[in-house]
Ligand binder design. Structure first.
Ligand SMILES: *Cc1c(COP(=O)(O)O)cnc(C)c1O
Length: 236
């Protein structure tokens, strides 16, 4: 049985995850403060998000569109930044375009086009990271390398979207060297993308189990759930 986290545990854990990020930056010759923490709060109650926000955490990630939209409304007065992360169903694009600031996981033109059309033109453009899938990855979501350029161009041209970079969810691997090899390849695609598109500044990779490898290979954002909020609850 897992012990449920309370606001005090979350406050403690957010501090230790930040320390760990700083330690990884230092160990791998990354500039201090160059890696942002995205606190992944899916399945977690608003009370725990408030506890993290009280420690200065601003960016939160959700991957159940409705659940995250509800929390973003409930916590509106805190001025947090909400990231939708993971696979996007096309019947959820309207909800996502209206309630989130970032979408990490766009993997096809159809989704990009819908988000662009459904974003309120009076809001800031929606920030987009393309989910990239490497050839060796056997995953059902993610844009393949040969589709990357066309998708990036489509997003960059869209009036209500801003192309910010790449996100990836490689299959879990044991050992730092194995993890680093995959992240290194993603990092090369990221560098190419940022040469082609000046708005690109975000390489979102690394989770609780492979954060150090991701930071070593150039992640600018790590998406951490379990290490901040404890083991996930069942999605209701
Ligand atoms: C849940 C989730 C995370 C966080 O995973 P942890 O292993 O709990 O840190 C990161 N990225 C995505 C896309 C997720 O769905």
């Amino acid at each position: 049985m897992t012990t449920a986290f309370n606001p005090d545990t979350v406050a403690r854990h957010i501090k230790s995850v930040r320390e760990e990020i700083a330690r990884c930056e230092q160990n791998h010759a990354r500039k201090p403060g160059s890696v942002k923490l995205l606190a992944v709060s899916k399945t977690k109650p608003a009370s725990l998000i408030r506890a993290a926000a009280a420690e200065g955490q601003i960016e939160f990630g959700e991957n159940y569109a409705d659940e995250g939209a509800g929390k973003s409304l409930e916590l509106k007065e805190l001025g947090l930044t909400w990231h939708y992360i993971g696979h996007i169903q096309s019947n959820k694009t309207k909800l996502i375009a209206s309630h989130y600031d970032w979408v990490q996981g766009v993997d096809r033109i159809k989704i990009a086009t819908r988000l662009d059309q459904q974003r309120d033109p009076d809001s800031q453009p929606l920030n987009i990271c393309i989910q990239l899938k490497l050839d060796a990855e056997d995953s059902k979501s993610g844009c393949s390398i040969n589709e990357l350029e066309a998708l990036a161009d489509c997003i960059a041209r869209a009036d209500h979207l801003t192309l910010r970079g790449l996100m990836a969810i490689p299959a879990p691997r044991e050992g730092l060297a194995e993890q680093r090899a995959v992240f290194a390849e993603l990092s090369e695609w990221y560098q190419k993308l940022s040469r082609d598109h000046p708005s690109v500044d975000t390489l979102s990779m690394g989770m609780s189990g492979d954060m150090e490898a991701a930071i070593a290979e150039g992640a600018t954002m790590v998406r951490i759930g379990t290490a901040v909020f404890g083991a996930r609850e069942k999605h209701k």
